[in-house]
Design a protein around this ligand. Structure first.
Ligand code: ZN
Ligand code: ZN
Ligand code: ZN
Ligand code: ZN
Length: 233
């Protein structure tokens, strides 16, 4: 495998988010590689061109005929000591596309991730942790965004951690009510994206009228491509 060009990493990197992308590939008009999440949630490629609707068979076959490296190989090992049967350190390994998918789900020791929910501590993988959220902390309804923002309400008067699925993220919202006057409660809200494989960036705002029982929260997806002419295209 030493003969393979190191540029292979660039060939399979999504031009918009920079993440490693595996077949099937969708390209933009300028033939940049795009990952499924970017074609689904971003309005266009980071270069400014729209995404093509169909996948690119030639590139799919080409990459499927090659071997790639684990995208987590530079991470530290989160292993306490004794090696687990069937697990091989991926730092210097090369994988076919199918082997790599399997490696991310079950074999990799460099993509371990601990569930951040209070009193949970379950350890899964970056690539499978969202399954754990759905099975153990769910059901988690998906909030359908309206263009690039999603608005919903959270109860303001009790302390709570809530998970919401919006865009490609799994967001943990923590509400902390603070009593100021007799009936006046001012709630503090914090947001954390707990889907570690989500590469998008978000902004959020929260408003609460005094005496109101609900907080109105708006989560917006930051577009990778931004241009002054964007709104009129
Ligand atoms: Zn992407
Ligand atoms: Zn592009
Ligand atoms: Zn690995
Ligand atoms: Zn958990």
């Amino acid at each position: 495998m030493d003969a393979l060009c190191p540029e292979i990493e660039r060939l399979v990197a999504c031009y918009t988010c920079g993440g490693q992308s595996l077949p099937p590939y969708q390209l933009c008009v300028e033939a940049h590689v795009a990952c499924p999440a970017c074609t689904k949630y971003q309005s266009r490629c980071a270069c400014g061109c729209r995404f093509l609707k169909r996948s690119n068979t030639t590139l799919d076959w080409l990459v499927s005929a090659m071997k790639l490296r684990c995208k987590y190989r530079a991470n530290g090992m989160m292993d306490s000591g004794s090696p687990v049967p069937g697990q091989v350190d991926c730092a210097n390994e090369w994988y076919t596309v199918e082997e790599l998918r399997d490696h991310y789900r079950t074999g990799c020791m460099r993509n371990l991730f601990t569930c951040p929910m209070k009193n949970c501590g379950y350890v899964a993988r970056v690539d499978t942790i969202t399954n754990h959220y759905d099975t153990d902390h769910g059901p988690l309804p998906r909030i359908s965004p309206d263009l690039n923002c999603a608005t919903f309400q959270l109860p303001a008067k009790r302390q709570a951690e809530t998970i919401k699925k919006i865009f490609n993220g799994y967001f943990m919202f923590s509400v902390k009510p603070q009593r100021r006057w007799h009936k006046d409660i001012n709630s503090l809200l914090s947001m954390q994206n707990i889907n570690p494989s989500d590469r998008f960036h978000y902004t959020y705002t929260a408003t609460q009228e005094s005496h109101q029982k609900m907080l109105t929260v708006t989560v917006s997806l930051v577009e990778t491509y931004s241009s002054p002419t964007y709104n009129i295209l």
